[in-house]
Design a protein around this ligand. Sequence first.
Ligand SMILES: [Mn+2]
Length: 161
Amino acid sequence: MKIGIVSDSHGSYSHIDSMLNHKEALAAELWLFAGDIAMDADYLAMVTDKEVIRVAGNNDWPGGRLPDYETADIAGHTVLLTHGHLFGVNFGLNNLQRAALDVGADIAVYGHTHVAVEETIDDVLILNPGSIARPRDAANGSFMVLDLQPNKSPVVKLIRI
Ligand SMILES: [Mn+2]
């Protein structure tokens, strides 16, 4: 199953539209939105007509309608989705990796840093799609497509818009 991963669009629907011009994005059957900001996930769900699993970012109002983290069982894998600020991701990924193990996840997805990451730490695949609208690691924003199949290693593709 192909899963689109996007984060930190910060209200820029035009960057989401640019993302959806890519064939890889159109192939996604499900989306994970890692926060900042909530209404962009609504927009993504509306224009793709796909399910968007979403969490709150630090710029989403406290006490809002989104959870701080979600777990999802997808094609034999378990994904922990969270924005990352609550796990101190600016200072390393160990807290996030431990949280993934705590909930039985083999994949952790986060955002917040606006820097794309694909890293495996002690059997947990940790992914950050970067920011689609305000990248800090390149001129163009980025998103990921994750292909999950039962009993197979995840396949990750980072795409720059
Ligand atoms: Mn953030």
